[in-house]
Design a protein. Structure first.
Length: 296
């Protein structure tokens, strides 16, 4: 089966569902990537900060699927921001992955107190794009205000803004800002993993157990995760569900044979709590930014 795609603002196609590997242990990552590619996925999303780019490359090679068929996305970490540093970070990422080119390279965080370095990092991405070493470039976790400030300084409009987005944190203003600029919104934690990951607060309610989503899932004979992924796709968002479990990896890709009604989509939108599960991108976090990304 060929994977449904969205077309980015520079004409490059991105498969609508990718495998996420945030919190995938290195020893499980290669197997998860291999399984996903054999299942039909053609998009893998990783990051220097996840410390598993090497295993992503290994999983891709293990699968036997040709590199040219796979959309490989990774992220530059804040400690590598700056023009020369980010060019070097590209070398670290490609060295670990074992590929010469990337399909999408994005800045992992906006780093508000390091705006100049963030811009310089993005200018390095523009150079890499110009030289054909990456096919598209973008950002992650940028708020509408940060995007406005950023777009005043850069030449290439980001193709993608990857942000926290699930039924308990829908970010309508952010989605509108992305759409206005022609930026594809890409959802991290698309099935709400952040609402139940250990260590992220005790009073959390897992969106996987939500009654409204459960009722919609029962009506379609699908799981809650599948309903959430369908909600993203029908509203035009790229989604990168993480799983290392072969059954759930397959389930998260089996979302192309049913359709949610407008009323069902609206009832999922209405679950928004406005409460972020992950870190606030407007708050500077120097200690968090400064961990060092290994050389390849
Ligand atoms: P696992 O890797 O054991 O499958 P998100 O991508 O929204 O952050 O969610 C990831 C979390 O959801 C992980 O804990 C993952 O665990 C779990 N998960 C992934 N797919 C499914 C699914 N189809 N049903 C239930 N849980 C899932």
């Amino acid at each position: 089966m060929s994977t449904p795609v969205f077309t980015l603002n520079n004409g490059v196609e991105i498969p609508v569902i990718g495998l996420g590997v945030y919190q995938s242990a290195p020893e499980e990552t290669a197997a998860a990537v291999d399984t996903a590619l054999r299942t039909g996925y053609r998009h893998i999303d990783t990051a220097a900060a996840y410390r598993n780019e090497r295993e992503v490359g290994e999983g891709i090679r293990r699968s036997g699927v040709d590199r040219s068929e796979i959309f490989v996305e990774t992220k530059v970490w804040v400690s590598d921001y700056g023009y020369d540093q980010t060019l070097h970070a590209f070398g670290k990422a490609t060295g670990k992955l074992g590929f010469d080119t990337l399909d999408l390279l994005i800045l992992h965080q906006p780093a508000p107190a390091r705006f100049e370095q963030t811009i310089a990092a993005y200018k390095a991405l523009e150079t890499l794009l110009d030289e054909g070493r990456v096919r598209s470039i973008g950002v992650s976790n940028f708020t509408p205000a940060q995007l406005d400030r950023f777009l005043g300084e850069v030449s290439v409009v980001p193709a993608v803004n990857q942000v926290e987005l699930h039924p308990y944190f829908v970010q309508p203003a952010l989605q509108a800002a992305d759409a206005e600029h022609g930026i594809l919104t890409q959802a991290w934690s698309p099935i709400g993993g952040i609402t139940f990951y250990p260590g992220w607060g005790d009073d959390r309610r897992s969106v996987l157990d939500d009654e409204t989503i459960g009722a919609i899932a029962a009506a379609h004979g699908k799981s809650a995760a599948q309903v959430m992924l369908r909600w993203h796709l029908q509203q035009g968002r790229s989604a990168i569900p993480k799983s290392t479990n072969p059954v759930r990896i397959a389930q998260n890709f089996d979302v192309f044979d049913f359709e949610l009604s407008a009323a069902e989509l609206a009832s999922i939108d209405a679950l928004d709590t406005g409460r972020r599960g992950g870190p606030d991108p407007e708050v500077d976090r120097p200690a968090f930014y400064d961990f060092v990304i290994d050389e390849a």
